[in-house]
Write a protein that binds this ligand. Structure first.
Ligand SMILES: O=P(O)(O)OC[C@H]1O[C@H](OP(=O)(O)OP(=O)(O)O)[C@H](O)[C@@H]1O
Ligand SMILES: Nc1nc2[nH]cnc2c(=O)[nH]1
Length: 181
């Protein structure tokens, strides 16, 4: 297919869905089963990249827990979340969901910001993909799908110039030669 000539499947839809189901099973067992009925954990979804992963994960959870969205980008300081949602997270147990940990900058920044601005009771981190890059201060991940090599990735929520997010697989991506672009 011409548009995908410069992409190679790294994880197919079946491998992704298996990791999602396995992770949900652990979250159900380790987080949701022990939560009090009046203090359900809250999923915090990191936009834009985690939108598909989070919606697949949610559909495997044993309770219909609340969901809040936070928007951040790896190259920017800005974090966007409504004031109502910030207030809602106070004193709650959070499951922070992102599609990818690369340098770790986005999640570290968001973790610090959540801790300061929202004062939750706890934060657990769930990430589908972790790039094996050298990080002297790695963020401890509570739930991880796959370790992946340090290559540019697209699909399953991840973009290249805002395209390819809807693809059901994760692809490695390289610049197309001009006549294929
Ligand atoms: O660990 P890092 O080096 O910070 O990279 C990881 C982040 O990069 C991607 O988001 P991106 O910044 O591309 O924004 P987007 O999700 O809106 O596309 C991805 O969805 C993670 O949130
Ligand atoms: N789409 C995409 N965004 C990223 N942000 C940090 N690393 C990546 C990557 O490999 N792909």
């Amino acid at each position: 297919m011409k548009a995908l000539d410069h992409m190679t499947v790294m994880l197919d839809a079946e491998q992704i869905q298996q990791a999602v189901a396995d992770m949900a099973e652990r979250i159900n067992r380790e987080v949701i089963a022990s939560a009090a009925t009046d203090r359900e954990p809250v999923m915090v979804v990191v936009l834009k990249g985690a939108f598909l992963f989070a919606s697949d994960l949610l559909r495997h959870l044993s309770r219909p827990i609340p969901v809040v969205f936070a928007h951040t980008r790896s190259q920017e300081e800005r974090i966007v979340m409504t004031v109502e949602d910030q207030e809602f997270l106070r004193g709650r147990d959070l499951i922070l969901v992102d599609i990818l940990l690369d340098s770790g900058d986005s999640l570290k920044r968001l973790h610090r910001w959540l801790t300061d601005a929202c004062q939750p009771a706890s934060i657990r981190i769930a990430v589908l993909l972790h790039k094996t890059v050298l990080d002297p201060e790695p963020l401890p991940l509570d739930f991880l799908g796959y370790e992946v090599p340090d290559l540019r990735l697209v699909g399953y929520g991840m973009d290249e110039h805002q395209r390819f997010r809807g693809l059901p697989c994760v692809y490695t991506w390289w610049k197309p030669t001009p006549d294929l672009a």
